[in-house]
Design a protein around this ligand. Structure first.
Ligand code: ZN
Length: 274
């Protein structure tokens, strides 16, 4: 699933093309991506609405229409694209949501496997949605102390805690693995038991890696595409994710891979991460 850097990249790419535009009409190919809204309610609601803003929250793109917000959570194969020409057959086939804008362009949520979700929230719904998600790790007020207060109050492993959207927003398997390697912390350590020095290192490395990944336009490990349809570049800078069995870049020990911590692969170096 696209994480913070990938969704941030998509949002930055399509933002200039959609903010200030009005949706003339919309269509939806499948209803299985909808959460808490029916097709008629969504399509009726979108028609005539102006996009006041587009921003990212956690791993989601949020189209702000003033009184309503459309929250797009791109799944593994989800992408947001803006076309200034008619869609070809392949593009049309996987276009789940299509919105014709007042300048003639088409905003498309594309999702081959339809693992993503769309939410259509009023002010109250937005407040509840936003309150259920933890702080943004790249926000100015996300200090080491703020991180420790948010992520360090659980007895779960630090890896699971980092990926828990209720504790901190936007971090998934790729960047949790990378941040723990860079800060030299064993992913299985209990979050509540990290030392002050370790929190400082993890905070610094998580923010450094997420920022670098945004600059690198995200990591294309499989299906992720930017808002222009291109691949990201940051996969070339990943030091542990996808490298189990390969030598550690620091000490040459073979990197270990385990599914014991959560359902996802955890890759780490026994020697560098304590
Ligand atoms: Zn190592």
């Amino acid at each position: 699933m696209p994480e913070l850097p990938e969704v941030e990249t998509i949002v930055r790419d399509i933002r200039p093309a959609v903010v200030g535009r009005t949706v003339m009409r919309a269509s939806l190919s499948h209803i299985d991506v909808l959460r808490g809204v029916t097709r008629p309610a969504l399509l009726r609601g979108l028609a005539g609405m102006r996009v006041d803003d587009l921003f990212r929250r956690a791993k989601h793109a949020v189209f702000d229409f003033g009184e309503r917000r459309l929250v797009v959570q791109p799944g593994m194969t989800g992408a947001l694209l803006v076309y200034d020409r008619p869609l070809d057959d392949e593009e049309a086939r996987y276009a789940v949501l299509r919105a014709t804008l007042d300048d003639g362009r088409t905003l498309v949520y594309r999702d081959v496997r339809r693992l993503g979700t769309l939410l259509w929230l009023d002010a109250r719904g937005w407040t509840a949605y936003d309150a259920a998600i933890g702080p943004e790790p790249l926000a100015n007020d996300f200090t080491t102390d703020a991180m420790r207060a948010a992520v360090g109050r659980t007895r779960q492993s630090i890896k699971k805690a980092l990926m828990d959207q209720k504790l901190v927003a936007g971090v998934g398997n790729i960047y949790a693995n990378e941040a723990l390697f860079a800060s030299g912390i064993d992913p299985s350590r209990e979050a509540a038991r990290l030392s002050v020095t370790e929190w400082a290192a993890l905070h610094r490395e998580l923010r450094r890696i997420l920022s670098a990944a945004v600059s690198g336009r995200g990591s294309t490990v499989r299906d992720y595409r930017t808002g222009t349809g291109a691949k990201g570049k940051f996969q070339l800078s990943l030091l542990v994710y996808g490298r189990e069995g390969e030598p550690c870049v620091r000490c040459s020990t073979r990197l270990a891979g385990t599914h014991a911590l959560d359902a996802r692969i955890t890759v780490f170096c026994h020697r560098c991460q304590a």
